[in-house]
Write a protein that binds this ligand. Sequence first.
Ligand code: GTP
Length: 647
Amino acid sequence: MADDKSIVATSGALGRWSPGVVTLTLLALTLSILASAVVWKQLSERRHRETAVHFETHRAEIALRIDERFRGYRMLLRGSQALLSDSKDIDPRTLKNYLRWLRFEEDYAGIQGIGFTMWIEPVALESHVRAMRREGYENYQVWPTGPRDGYSSIIVLEPSDWRNQRAIGYDMYSEAVRREAMERAMRTGQGALSGKITLVQETTDDVQAGVLLYMPVFAQGMPVASEAERRAALRGWVYMPFRMSNLMRQMFVQHPDALRIQIFDQAEGPASMLYDSHPGRHDAASGLVSVEHITLAGRDWLVRIEALPGFAPEVDAKQAELVSIVLMGLLFVVATWFFSLTRERARILARTTDSLRRSEARYSALVNLAHDGIVATDTELRLTFVNPGFLQMVGGEESSLLGRPLDEMWSGDGQESHEQILARLQDGQGKRYEVEFVRGDGKRLTALVSDAPLNDGYGSMRGAIILLSDISERKEAERRIAHMASHDALTGVPNRLMFDRLLAHTLDQSRRYQHHFALLFVDLDHFKQVNDQLGHHVGDMLLIEAVKRMQGSIRSSDTLGRRGGDEFVVLLPETALRHDAEIVAEKIRTALEQEFILEGHQVQISSSIGIVLYPEHGTDGDTLLRRADEAMYRAKGGGRNRSHYCG
Ligand SMILES: Nc1nc2c(ncn2[C@@H]2O[C@H](COP(=O)(O)OP(=O)(O)OP(=O)(O)O)[C@@H](O)[C@H]2O)c(=O)[nH]1
C-alpha cells in the first residue's frame, strides 16, 4: 500500500508542468521565433534587394534624364546659333521673333530663357550702345561699366519678362565663371556649361544657384577651323540661363519624395552645390547612396542620390509586419494550447489522484478492519503482506510470518501441492478451497481460501492476493446439525434413520463377503410406570443410564441404536452364531435389571430382547427388524426379562 508521503509527493508533482510539456512548449516557442526570424530576414533581404533595384532604376533614370535634357537644350541653342550664323548682321529682332515662334517654354519647361550676348570690341562699345538706344532701349548700357579688353552684352533674352529684362546689357564676360564657359565655348566651337553662378535675374527672394549654357556664334563665311580663327570670327553667344531649383524640380517631378538628389559643380561641397531636393534636411544615412559624375557640355557635374527613410517599397514592410503578426499569433495560439492542455491534464490527474487516495483510504480501512485474513504473496507464495485479520486468525507475529510460504501453514484433504497452486495461478486461475490451520496456540481452524493471481501489466504473475475466512464455527455447526439428524437427541446413539443406513451398509458388506451378523431388539419392561410414578424427566434419566449400560455390554464394533420410546436395536456385525448373540443379549438383560438410583429413587426395571441372525431370519433390513421385533414380543409374552431367539 502506498503511504501518505508518496500520495502527497505525487499530487505535488501534478501542480507543475511535466518535463515533456515544458520541452514541447519551449520547442514550439523556439520554432516560432526561428520561423519569424527566418521570414523576417528573408523579407528584409528581399526588401533590401528590391530597394536596391528600385534605387538603381531611379539613379540611372536621373542621370539619363539630365543628360538627355541638356542634349535637347544644346539642340535648341544650335537652332539659334544656326539662325544667327547665317545672317550677315546680328539682328536682335530676327532672333526674338524666332524664339517667340519656337515657344520653347512649352516643350522645355524649366528653362529661364534663351538669349544672345554679343561680343563687343572696346572700340565698338560706344556705337553699340548708341545703336541699342536707337532700337528703343532708352537707358541701355553695358554693365558693369568700366574699361575692359572686350565686352559682351545680353541684347536678347526671351521670354522678355521682368526678370529677364533685368539682364539686358549685362556683360557676362566680365565675370570669371561665365567668362570661363564663354571662352571654352569659343575655343571648342561647342556648347559649354558654366560653373555655379547667381543669375543677374535673381532678386532677394528665392535666390537659386544658376548655370549658363553657351553656344558660340561665329560670323558668316569666316573660317572657324582653329581656335585663333574662331576667336577672330566670334560674334557672340546664344545661351540659356538656368535657375537650378526650378529646372531640377520640373525635371524630377516624377521621382519619389524620399529620394534626395543633390547636384554639385565638379566637386562635392556646400560652395559647389547646385541643387538639393531636400535642403536643410539631415536624416540618418540609409546606406543607399550613389555619386555619379556626368559631363554636360564640357562641365563635370557630380550627382549624388540618396534614399531617405521611407524610400523602401511600402508593400514589403507591410507584408513583413503582417507575417510577423501572424507568426506571433500562431505562437500565442500554440503556447495557449499547450498551457490549456497541461492545465487540463493536471486537473484530471489531480482529480484522479484524489479519487485514488480516497479509494485507497477506503480499501486500506477495509483491509485493516476486515475480520477475514487478507494476505499478499510473492511468486513463490511467500507472504509479503498480512492484515490484522490474518494475524488474529492464525495467532502470530507479522515479523515471524512474512517470508514464510503460506501453504506451509495449512493442510487439507486433497489439497493441491505447492507447485500445482503456483502453476494454476501462473495460468491466471483463481480458486476457492478449504484448508485447516493449526494456530499458534495449537487450536485447529478451518479456513475457506480464495486465491487470485496478481499480474503485472504484461500478463506475468508477480504474486497472489489471498482471502482467508475462518469457517471453523460454521463447520462445527454443520457437524452438529448432521449429528442431530442422525442421532438420538436424548441418548446420543444413532437414531432410526442412521441405524437403518448402518444396517443397509452392513447388509451390503455381508452379502459381498458372505458374512453373518446378529441383530437384537431390546424393549424395556414396564417403563411407562417409571414415567408415571417418578416423572418423565426421571424416565429420561433412566433411558440415558440404560443406554450407557447397554453400550458397556457390547463391543466398540457393535452399534446400539434407538428406534423410539423405550425400544433399542443392537447390530452385532461380527456375531454370526446364535449362541454368541444370546450371550450378548444376556449381558444386556443382566445390566439393565440392576437397580438404578435416579434422583435418590431406587428404580428397578428389566428388558425383553428379540434375537435374529443374518441371513438365517432375513436378507433385508425390514425383514430382519420385523422378525427381531416379533422375537422381542415373544420374550415379553414369555414373561419379560428374557431374550428370545427367532424361530
Ligand atoms: N421418559 C420418557 N418416556 C418415554 C420416552 N419415549 C417413550 N416414553 C414412554 O415410554 C413408555 C413406553 O411404553 P410401553 O413400552 O408401551 O409400556 P411399558 O410400560 O414399557 O410396557 P411393556 O413394554 O409392555 O413392558 C410410554 O409410556 C412412553 O410415553 C422418552 O423419551 N422418555
